[in-house]
Design a protein around this ligand. Structure first.
Ligand SMILES: CC/C=C\C/C=C\CCCC/C=C/C(=O)SCCNC(=O)CCNC(=O)[C@H](O)C(C)(C)COP(=O)(O)OP(=O)(O)OC[C@H]1O[C@@H](n2cnc3c(N)ncnc32)[C@H](O)[C@@H]1OP(=O)(O)O
Length: 306
């Protein structure tokens, strides 16, 4: 983690959930500009199979733009690339904030790639689930400020990614929907999906939402607090960067310790139950009845098109 103190930046070796607030080393760096200043923008893009990552050295803000056609489904490859990129940004002492968005103007992310859960070996399923966990641990446990610029629909795993961020801005379009819809597929959102939602919208709303697998329109998502703000589609990135500058005006150390205090119990719950969670997933997903549900759901998705 990084802490700003009198122009010096204290940097520790890992993210807040995994390593706690300790082992600080001194590294000298200067934050040139706390606000997004477009005129002096110096983008530094890297990794571009399933997403582009662009870090603005002047502001310390990186934009991760998901770009996996057609709908940014979260495959094993995507999740691995995402975790590596988050790790790189976390270790980069110049990066203080991340905006997560999509290059698809209608879909933020379709959630977990259902093909990764259908007809696969237990070994593959276990590897896939570990990657899903890793994505969430990296995002929910990040020391950086994380803002989701939700510029399209975001079911299930897509909603989880948004829930793991510090702040959610959604495009104000009645066609876009967001929610944890797992029960509609005949599957069950695991405890850490549920915890992530409880931490954002509260227990009663989460129970209602999860049991019925509800997808919320942008305006209803705002009403229940699932997103923090609605903004016109074409303003979403400008707005996200402006919100980011407000968050980055808070001293890093105070914000990070507060974030850790709020999130550590939720992170620890998965960290201490990681292997049993993988085993539960593999057992659950291997059941004939669950495979049947997923098969029907995949067929339904394909038929919807024709
Ligand atoms: C006790 C419990 C213990 C352990 C837990 C056990 C297990 C369960 C936990 C699992 C948690 C699961 C989380 C998930 O994320 S599941 C995925 C949920 N996602 C969805 O339901 C979204 C489905 N998709 C849609 O609603 C629409 O596609 C969408 C995203 C709104 C886009 O609509 P549109 O633009 O019209 O595009 P199409 O529908 O035509 O889709 C284009 C293309 O993409 C394919 N596709 C869509 N979504 C997915 C997906 N999630 N995975 C894979 N593929 C997807 C779709 O089939 C089309 O394919 P085609 O080949 O026909 O082009």
């Amino acid at each position: 983690m990084a802490v700003l103190l009198n122009g010096l930046r204290l940097v520790s070796s890992g993210n807040l959930s995994l390593h706690g607030i300790k082992s600080l080393q001194y590294k000298s760096t200067r934050i040139l500009c706390q606000l997004p200043c477009k005129s002096s923008y110096q983008g530094r893009p890297f990794s571009n199979k399933n997403m582009t990552v662009e870090l603005d050295n002047n502001t310390g803000v990186a934009v991760i733009q998901m770009k996996k056609p057609p709908v940014n489904s979260l495959s094993l490859e995507f999740l691995t690339e995402f975790a590596i990129n988050m790790e790189k940004l976390e270790m980069d002492r110049e990066c203080r904030g991340v905006v997560l968005t999509s290059s698809n103007p209608k879909i933020f992310s379709a959630g977990l790639d259902i093909n990764e859960m259908y007809g696969k070996t237990p070994e593959h399923s276990g590897e896939f689930w570990r990657a899903v966990q890793e994505m969430w641990l990296k995002l929910y446990g990040s020391n950086m400020v994380t803002i989701a610029a939700i510029n399209g629909s975001s079911p299930a795993g897509g909603c989880l990614m948004a829930l793991a961020c510090d702040y959610r801005i959604m495009a104000d379009n009645p066609k876009y929907a967001i929610g944890l819809n797992e029960t509609k597929l005949g599957i069950v959102a695991p405890f850490w999906f549920k915890d992530s939602m409880i931490n954002v919208i509260g227990r009663r709303a989460t129970e209602h939402s999860l049991q019925l697998g509800l997808m919320y329109s942008a305006s209803n998502a705002l009403k229940i607090g699932l997103v923090d703000q609605l903004v016109a589609q074409d303003k979403i990135m400008t707005h996200a960067l402006s919100v980011m500058s407000e968050w980055l005006a808070i001293p890093d150390h105070a914000r990070q310790i507060t974030k850790s205090m709020m999130r550590k119990p939720t992170l620890d719950r998965l960290l201490t139950n990681r292997e049993s969670d993988i085993q539960n997933f593999v057992n659950f997903i291997s059941k004939d009845s669950i495979q049947k549900s997923l098969q029907l759901y995949l067929e339904m998705l394909k038929q919807r098109k024709s």
